[in-house]
Design a protein around this ligand. Structure first.
Ligand SMILES: C[S@@+](CC[C@H](N)C(=O)[O-])C[C@H]1O[C@@H](n2cnc3c(N)ncnc32)[C@H](O)[C@@H]1O
Length: 280
């Protein structure tokens, strides 16, 4: 998983006590399966077996994860290049190569980063990685409760919502069913953001592999996170609170301002759309 320097990714498998007590080891979690797609080691047997079941019907799941992380990196670079100095990463997942604070701190050592996830393993490992970092932390919250996230003491300690911020919702809203009104969740965060802020969004789609993705959705139904894939137009609608989409708008993740055109490959294999929305 290409961990940050000094962090031993195998630590927890040697130390059973390190598992947070509320971890459900019987059912796979999206966070730990995604870690497995990325080649990480923060996963249990049930996560590996379930992720392998997904990969057997849709090997592109690994391509999805790789392109998604790459989009996140480019979005954070864009934000740093445009003066953003604070980041709220919603549904941040397990630490991996190129975490938001690592990307940001290379350019701006005191940039502020708050990670949010509701998966206890992701939060525990993130906190372990960040224990000596005064500028970044992780909180365990449900992102569909924006008030709890925005008014969390750690959020208010590190982030100043009167200043521009980048909120990231990467590969997370497809775990929010329509009944929980993902568009309203986006709006609640946008209402809290100052002028000059950005929302980096990526979201899985079933547009190109409908049959395989029907099987994948069925597999995720057995996990802690049901999957709700959406069309480009549904994803675009969620961005309505923002007046402006940074060029090129809503595109497949590798098509969003690639560093090299050779990186794009077959964009549909990324299984996800991405956009960077701006609040003027
Ligand atoms: C596929 S991972 C994406 C990780 C990272 N954002 C990325 O793009 O690489 C999705 C993450 O969202 C988290 N998640 C799903 N639903 C959530 C919710 N309602 N509140 C907080 N986190 C959630 C999962 O636990 C998981 O860590």
């Amino acid at each position: 998983m290409g961990m940050a320097e000094g962090h031993d990714p195998t630590q927890w498998s040697h130390n059973a006590d390190w598992r947070p007590s509320e971890v459900d080891t019987e059912r796979a979690s999206a966070a730990r399966m995604y870690d497995y797609y990325l080649g990480g080691s923060y996963n249990f047997e049930v996560d590996r077996t379930t992720a392998e079941a997904v990969l057997s019907v849709l090997p592109e799941a690994r391509t999805f994860a790789r392109h998604n992380r790459s989009f996140l990196r480019r979005a954070v670079h864009y934000g740093i290049g445009h003066g953003v100095r604070q980041f709220l990463d919603l549904g941040s997942g397990l630490p991996t190569a190129g975490n938001v604070h690592e990307i940001a701190h290379r350019a701006v050592p005191d940039a502020r980063v708050v990670y949010v996830d509701n998966e206890p393993v992701a939060v525990a490992h993130s906190l372990d990685l960040l224990r000596d970092n005064p500028y970044a932390t992780c909180i365990q919250e449900d992102i569909t409760r924006p008030n709890s996230v925005l008014h969390h003491p750690e959020t208010t300690r590190l982030l100043d919502f009167s200043q521009p911020i980048m909120v990231l919702m990467c590969a997370v809203l497809h775990f929010i069913p329509d009944e929980r009104r993902p568009a309203d969740v986006v709006r609640a965060y946008s209402d809290a953001m100052a002028s000059g802020s950005y929302l980096a969004l990526s979201h899985a789609t079933a547009t190109d592999y409908p049959d395989q993705l029907a099987d994948v959705i069925a597999i995720y139904r057995q996990t802690q996170n049901t999957a709700h894939l959406r069309t480009r137009s549904e994803i675009t609608t969620m961005l309505a609170p923002f007046e402006h989409l940074v060029f090129p708008g809503v595109v497949y993740t590798p098509q969003w301002r690639p560093e090299h055109w050779a990186d794009v490959g077959d964009p549909a294999e990324s299984l996800a759309f991405a956009a960077l929305a701006y609040l003027p």
